[in-house]
Design a protein around this ligand. Structure first.
Ligand SMILES: C[S@@+](CC[C@H](N)C(=O)[O-])C[C@H]1O[C@@H](n2cnc3c(N)ncnc32)[C@H](O)[C@@H]1O
Length: 224
């Protein structure tokens, strides 16, 4: 659970370099991960999709590319990040806190949240709020970082996460602080069965998890 004011300020400080930094630090793999999420969304042929914590809009734009007939709305509480999303071509953006979404019950057929839930103040409340705006039978897809399960890979990854990554990100963005925060947020964020329990506790069912790479990220899907 994270301090929203700190999170907002941290993303505002790196908004203009966020996309490039992501692609460099992940060697472009984040693009493939988002494509996979967009593919899952396309399978349910949704009329309206909400991308929560859309940031600079990568996920929403990818869904728009894959589902040209779908109305895609991106929401985020950090105006400088949304500004980037608009500049990159996202047309429907709404400035809002994910814990208090300005939408009616059941407005959306699918909802995505990528690298966003981990940064929120109250994960359970956020998931319940996402469930509220999804229609019954609607699809939830969460993509976020996790820690590899194998001891050796986890150790190597932790060294990258807490030592190498803040230095590299600091060189690109001028702010290693935001990327030290990234490592600590990943350490406390639930993954695997714990995350599935959290999602089901918020009223979803048919929860599935797909670890990516050796588990440095995971895609969770569930049905409202
Ligand atoms: C790591 S970025 C992810 C952006 C984008 N989804 C992506 O895949 O690149 C996290 C985003 O979550 C947003 N965020 C964090 N907590 C939020 C909240 N409570 N409500 C809305 N947005 C939030 C931040 O402002 C930031 O833009």
């Amino acid at each position: 659970m994270q301090d929203p004011e700190y999170v907002k300020e941290a993303f505002a400080g790196i908004a203009d370099r966020y996309v490039v930094t992501n692609h460099v630090l992940s060697l472009g793999i984040d693009i493939l991960w988002r494509r996979r999420v967009a593919g899952m969304v396309r399978e349910v042929a949704p009329l309206r999709v909400l991308d929560v914590a859309t940031g600079s809009g990568d996920m929403a734009l990818e869904i728009q590319r894959k589902c040209p007939d779908t109305e895609v709305v991106g929401t985020d509480f950090c105006e400088p990040m949304l500004d980037q999303a608009r500049r990159r071509g996202l047309q429907n953006t709404v400035l809002a806190d994910a814990l208090d979404l300005p939408f009616q019950n059941g407005e959306f057929c699918a909802l995505t949240v990528c690298f966003g839930l981990r940064n929120m103040e109250d994960w359970e409340r956020a998931l319940k709020e996402m469930g509220r705006v999804l229609k019954p039978g609607g699809l939830l897809v969460i993509l976020d970082f996790s820690l590899p399960r194998g001891k050796l890979t986890r150790g190597i990854y932790r060294f990258y996460l807490h030592t190498v990554l803040p230095i590299m990100a600091g060189m690109i963005t001028g702010s290693s602080k935001a990327y030290r925060y990234l490592g600590s947020s990943i350490e406390v964020f639930p993954s695997g069965r714990k995350m599935c329990d959290l999602i089901e506790g918020a009223g979803f069912f048919k929860t599935r998890e797909s670890p990516l790479l050796p588990g440095v990220a995971t895609i969770y899907s569930a049905i409202k």
